[in-house]
Design a protein around this ligand. Structure first.
Ligand SMILES: [Fe+2]
Ligand SMILES: [Fe+2]
Length: 279
Protein backbone atom coordinates (compact mmCIF):
# COMPACT_ATOMS: atom_id res chain seq x y z
CA UNK A 1 0.00 0.00 0.00
CA UNK A 2 1.04 3.59 -0.52
CA UNK A 3 2.47 5.02 2.66
CA UNK A 4 0.73 7.41 4.97
CA UNK A 5 2.91 10.00 6.66
CA UNK A 6 3.49 10.09 10.36
CA UNK A 7 1.62 13.02 11.83
CA UNK A 8 4.15 15.81 11.63
CA UNK A 9 2.85 19.01 10.00
CA UNK A 10 6.35 20.50 9.90
CA UNK A 11 7.37 17.75 7.47
CA UNK A 12 4.31 17.78 5.25
CA UNK A 13 5.63 20.28 2.68
CA UNK A 14 5.94 18.57 -0.70
CA UNK A 15 9.68 19.20 -0.97
CA UNK A 16 10.60 18.25 2.57
CA UNK A 17 11.63 14.76 3.55
CA UNK A 18 8.95 12.82 5.34
CA UNK A 19 9.21 10.20 8.06
CA UNK A 20 6.89 7.26 7.33
CA UNK A 21 5.38 4.48 9.37
CA UNK A 22 7.72 1.85 10.79
CA UNK A 23 7.24 -1.54 9.12
CA UNK A 24 8.29 -5.13 9.60
CA UNK A 25 10.89 -6.42 7.15
CA UNK A 26 11.32 -10.17 6.78
CA UNK A 27 11.07 -12.33 9.88
CA UNK A 28 12.68 -10.11 12.50
CA UNK A 29 13.83 -6.79 11.12
CA UNK A 30 12.09 -3.43 11.12
CA UNK A 31 12.45 -0.61 8.63
CA UNK A 32 12.33 3.03 9.69
CA UNK A 33 11.47 4.56 6.34
CA UNK A 34 11.57 8.12 5.07
CA UNK A 35 11.00 9.60 1.64
CA UNK A 36 13.11 12.39 0.19
CA UNK A 37 11.49 14.26 -2.72
CA UNK A 38 13.90 15.17 -5.50
CA UNK A 39 12.28 17.87 -7.66
CA UNK A 40 11.84 16.71 -11.21
CA UNK A 41 12.92 13.14 -10.42
CA UNK A 42 10.26 11.84 -8.04
CA UNK A 43 11.95 10.89 -4.82
CA UNK A 44 14.14 8.47 -2.97
CA UNK A 45 13.52 6.18 -0.02
CA UNK A 46 15.91 6.84 2.86
CA UNK A 47 15.75 3.86 5.20
CA UNK A 48 17.28 2.82 8.48
CA UNK A 49 16.77 -0.67 9.92
CA UNK A 50 16.42 -2.14 13.38
CA UNK A 51 16.78 -5.66 14.73
CA UNK A 52 15.52 -6.08 18.29
CA UNK A 53 17.12 -9.39 19.23
CA UNK A 54 19.58 -10.48 21.93
CA UNK A 55 21.86 -7.65 20.96
CA UNK A 56 19.77 -4.95 19.27
CA UNK A 57 21.35 -3.35 16.24
CA UNK A 58 20.39 -0.20 14.36
CA UNK A 59 21.55 0.04 10.76
CA UNK A 60 22.16 3.67 9.77
CA UNK A 61 20.65 6.67 11.47
CA UNK A 62 18.44 8.55 9.03
CA UNK A 63 18.36 12.15 7.86
CA UNK A 64 19.34 14.98 10.20
CA UNK A 65 16.45 17.03 8.79
CA UNK A 66 14.09 14.45 10.26
CA UNK A 67 15.91 14.20 13.57
CA UNK A 68 13.00 14.57 16.00
CA UNK A 69 10.66 12.44 13.91
CA UNK A 70 13.34 9.80 13.39
CA UNK A 71 14.12 9.57 17.09
CA UNK A 72 10.43 9.41 17.93
CA UNK A 73 9.95 6.51 15.52
CA UNK A 74 13.05 4.74 16.82
CA UNK A 75 12.19 5.17 20.49
CA UNK A 76 8.70 3.85 19.82
CA UNK A 77 10.42 0.57 18.91
CA UNK A 78 13.21 0.31 21.45
CA UNK A 79 14.50 1.79 24.68
CA UNK A 80 17.76 3.24 23.40
CA UNK A 81 19.57 2.28 26.60
CA UNK A 82 19.17 -1.31 25.32
CA UNK A 83 20.75 -0.62 21.93
CA UNK A 84 24.08 -2.44 21.57
CA UNK A 85 25.22 -1.75 18.02
CA UNK A 86 24.92 0.91 15.35
CA UNK A 87 26.01 -0.53 12.01
CA UNK A 88 27.11 2.26 9.66
CA UNK A 89 26.74 1.38 6.02
CA UNK A 90 28.98 4.37 5.25
CA UNK A 91 29.41 7.95 6.34
CA UNK A 92 27.28 9.79 3.77
CA UNK A 93 25.01 12.41 5.32
CA UNK A 94 21.85 10.48 4.44
CA UNK A 95 23.09 7.54 6.56
CA UNK A 96 24.62 9.18 9.63
CA UNK A 97 22.30 12.17 10.05
CA UNK A 98 21.30 11.37 13.63
CA UNK A 99 24.33 9.41 14.80
CA UNK A 100 25.51 11.92 17.41
CA UNK A 101 22.04 12.28 18.94
CA UNK A 102 21.53 8.53 19.12
CA UNK A 103 24.94 7.95 20.71
CA UNK A 104 23.98 10.42 23.44
CA UNK A 105 20.83 8.43 24.21
CA UNK A 106 22.28 4.97 23.74
CA UNK A 107 25.21 4.71 26.18
CA UNK A 108 25.81 0.99 25.55
CA UNK A 109 25.82 1.26 21.76
CA UNK A 110 29.03 0.84 19.79
CA UNK A 111 29.48 2.00 16.21
CA UNK A 112 30.38 -0.70 13.71
CA UNK A 113 32.41 0.53 10.78
CA UNK A 114 35.66 0.05 8.91
CA UNK A 115 38.98 1.83 9.40
CA UNK A 116 38.12 4.32 6.65
CA UNK A 117 34.66 4.83 8.11
CA UNK A 118 36.17 5.65 11.48
CA UNK A 119 38.56 8.10 9.86
CA UNK A 120 35.72 9.88 8.11
CA UNK A 121 33.74 10.00 11.35
CA UNK A 122 36.70 11.74 12.95
CA UNK A 123 36.93 14.25 10.10
CA UNK A 124 33.24 15.01 10.63
CA UNK A 125 33.83 15.71 14.31
CA UNK A 126 31.95 12.62 15.45
CA UNK A 127 32.92 10.66 18.57
CA UNK A 128 35.08 7.70 17.55
CA UNK A 129 35.72 6.43 21.10
CA UNK A 130 32.90 3.91 20.78
CA UNK A 131 33.83 2.54 17.37
CA UNK A 132 33.97 -1.23 16.96
CA UNK A 133 36.34 -1.65 14.03
CA UNK A 134 35.34 -4.44 11.72
CA UNK A 135 38.59 -5.78 10.33
CA UNK A 136 38.60 -7.57 6.97
CA UNK A 137 37.23 -11.09 7.46
CA UNK A 138 35.61 -10.32 10.82
CA UNK A 139 31.91 -10.82 11.57
CA UNK A 140 29.60 -9.17 14.06
CA UNK A 141 28.18 -11.76 16.44
CA UNK A 142 24.79 -10.95 17.94
CA UNK A 143 24.17 -14.03 20.07
CA UNK A 144 21.75 -15.95 17.89
CA UNK A 145 23.19 -14.83 14.56
CA UNK A 146 26.09 -13.24 12.80
CA UNK A 147 26.16 -10.31 10.46
CA UNK A 148 28.70 -11.20 7.78
CA UNK A 149 30.04 -8.01 6.19
CA UNK A 150 30.08 -7.78 2.44
CA UNK A 151 30.86 -5.19 -0.18
CA UNK A 152 27.73 -4.59 -2.25
CA UNK A 153 28.07 -4.76 -6.04
CA UNK A 154 28.12 -0.97 -6.28
CA UNK A 155 28.36 1.88 -3.81
CA UNK A 156 29.23 5.55 -3.54
CA UNK A 157 31.76 5.49 -0.67
CA UNK A 158 34.66 3.05 -0.30
CA UNK A 159 34.05 2.34 3.39
CA UNK A 160 30.66 0.87 2.53
CA UNK A 161 29.71 -2.29 4.43
CA UNK A 162 26.62 -4.32 3.70
CA UNK A 163 25.94 -7.64 5.42
CA UNK A 164 24.13 -10.94 5.34
CA UNK A 165 22.25 -11.91 8.51
CA UNK A 166 23.03 -15.61 8.81
CA UNK A 167 19.84 -16.51 10.73
CA UNK A 168 17.12 -14.71 8.76
CA UNK A 169 19.12 -14.57 5.50
CA UNK A 170 18.40 -10.87 5.31
CA UNK A 171 20.74 -9.02 2.96
CA UNK A 172 21.58 -5.39 3.64
CA UNK A 173 22.85 -3.89 0.39
CA UNK A 174 23.63 -0.32 1.59
CA UNK A 175 23.16 2.04 -1.40
CA UNK A 176 22.93 -0.77 -3.96
CA UNK A 177 19.51 -1.22 -5.62
CA UNK A 178 18.36 2.28 -4.70
CA UNK A 179 15.72 3.56 -7.13
CA UNK A 180 14.03 6.84 -7.93
CA UNK A 181 10.31 6.35 -7.42
CA UNK A 182 7.22 8.44 -8.14
CA UNK A 183 5.95 8.02 -4.58
CA UNK A 184 6.77 6.15 -1.38
CA UNK A 185 5.47 2.60 -1.12
CA UNK A 186 5.92 -0.10 1.49
CA UNK A 187 7.18 -2.91 -0.70
CA UNK A 188 8.96 -3.40 -4.01
CA UNK A 189 6.03 -5.61 -5.04
CA UNK A 190 3.87 -2.47 -5.32
CA UNK A 191 6.11 -0.99 -8.02
CA UNK A 192 5.43 -1.89 -11.64
CA UNK A 193 8.56 -3.59 -13.01
CA UNK A 194 9.17 -0.98 -15.75
CA UNK A 195 8.93 1.81 -13.17
CA UNK A 196 11.31 -0.03 -10.85
CA UNK A 197 13.77 -0.73 -13.66
CA UNK A 198 13.77 2.86 -14.87
CA UNK A 199 14.14 4.27 -11.37
CA UNK A 200 16.87 1.82 -10.38
CA UNK A 201 18.94 2.42 -13.51
CA UNK A 202 18.52 6.21 -13.25
CA UNK A 203 19.59 6.32 -9.60
CA UNK A 204 22.52 3.97 -10.06
CA UNK A 205 23.77 6.17 -12.91
CA UNK A 206 23.64 9.20 -10.62
CA UNK A 207 24.99 7.58 -7.46
CA UNK A 208 27.61 5.28 -8.96
CA UNK A 209 28.51 6.76 -12.37
CA UNK A 210 31.60 4.55 -12.45
CA UNK A 211 29.28 1.68 -13.34
CA UNK A 212 29.52 2.93 -16.93
CA UNK A 213 33.23 2.07 -17.01
CA UNK A 214 33.24 -0.87 -14.60
CA UNK A 215 34.53 -4.29 -15.64
CA UNK A 216 31.29 -5.89 -16.75
CA UNK A 217 32.43 -9.43 -16.08
CA UNK A 218 33.52 -8.52 -12.55
CA UNK A 219 30.24 -6.74 -11.89
CA UNK A 220 28.36 -9.73 -13.24
CA UNK A 221 30.27 -12.04 -10.89
CA UNK A 222 29.42 -9.82 -7.94
CA UNK A 223 25.73 -9.91 -8.88
CA UNK A 224 25.75 -13.68 -9.26
CA UNK A 225 27.56 -13.92 -5.94
CA UNK A 226 24.66 -12.17 -4.25
CA UNK A 227 22.24 -14.58 -5.90
CA UNK A 228 24.22 -17.54 -4.54
CA UNK A 229 23.79 -16.13 -1.02
CA UNK A 230 20.05 -16.75 -1.54
CA UNK A 231 18.79 -13.92 0.65
CA UNK A 232 15.10 -14.07 1.54
CA UNK A 233 14.76 -10.34 2.16
CA UNK A 234 16.75 -7.49 0.64
CA UNK A 235 17.16 -4.24 2.55
CA UNK A 236 18.53 -1.22 0.69
CA UNK A 237 19.03 2.25 2.04
CA UNK A 238 17.14 3.63 -0.94
CA UNK A 239 14.53 1.07 -1.96
CA UNK A 240 11.37 -0.23 -0.29
CA UNK A 241 11.82 -3.65 1.31
CA UNK A 242 12.21 -6.45 -1.26
CA UNK A 243 10.93 -9.83 -0.07
CA UNK A 244 11.44 -13.07 -1.94
CA UNK A 245 14.99 -12.92 -3.21
CA UNK A 246 17.40 -10.68 -5.00
CA UNK A 247 17.15 -12.00 -8.57
CA UNK A 248 14.73 -9.38 -9.88
CA UNK A 249 17.05 -6.63 -8.71
CA UNK A 250 20.29 -8.21 -9.87
CA UNK A 251 18.73 -8.91 -13.28
CA UNK A 252 17.87 -5.23 -13.69
CA UNK A 253 21.39 -4.14 -12.77
CA UNK A 254 22.87 -6.80 -15.02
CA UNK A 255 20.76 -5.71 -17.99
CA UNK A 256 21.66 -2.07 -17.47
CA UNK A 257 25.38 -2.31 -16.75
CA UNK A 258 26.71 -5.71 -17.84
CA UNK A 259 25.47 -5.87 -21.41
CA UNK A 260 24.97 -3.43 -24.25
CA UNK A 261 26.01 0.21 -24.12
CA UNK A 262 26.15 1.74 -20.68
CA UNK A 263 23.35 3.99 -19.53
CA UNK A 264 23.76 7.71 -19.94
CA UNK A 265 26.00 9.24 -17.29
CA UNK A 266 27.66 12.51 -16.41
CA UNK A 267 29.06 13.92 -19.68
CA UNK A 268 32.23 15.22 -18.04
CA UNK A 269 34.19 12.02 -18.45
CA UNK A 270 37.96 12.08 -18.77
CA UNK A 271 37.56 11.26 -22.45
CA UNK A 272 35.24 14.24 -22.99
CA UNK A 273 37.60 16.62 -21.19
CA UNK A 274 40.58 15.30 -23.16
CA UNK A 275 38.69 15.80 -26.42
CA UNK A 276 37.71 19.32 -25.41
CA UNK A 277 41.30 20.20 -24.57
CA UNK A 278 42.56 18.77 -27.85
CA UNK A 279 40.02 20.68 -29.92
FE1 LIG B 1 25.86 6.87 -0.19
FE1 LIG C 1 22.73 6.76 0.45
Amino acid sequence: MVFTENENPAMSNDNNPTMLQTLGAGSDWHVLPAFLPLPGMGGLAVNAFLHKGHEPVLVDTGLAALGDAFLEALEAEIDLTDLRWIWLSHTDADHIGNLARILERAPKARVVTSFLGMGKMGLLGLDVSRVHLLEPGARLTLGDRELVPLRPPYYDAPETLGFLDTRSRTLFAADSFGALLPQPVESVREIAPPTLREGLVAWSAIDAPWLATADRAALGRALHGLERLAPTTVLSGHLPVAEGGVEELTAMVHAAWCSGPGSEVDPHTIEAVAEALAA
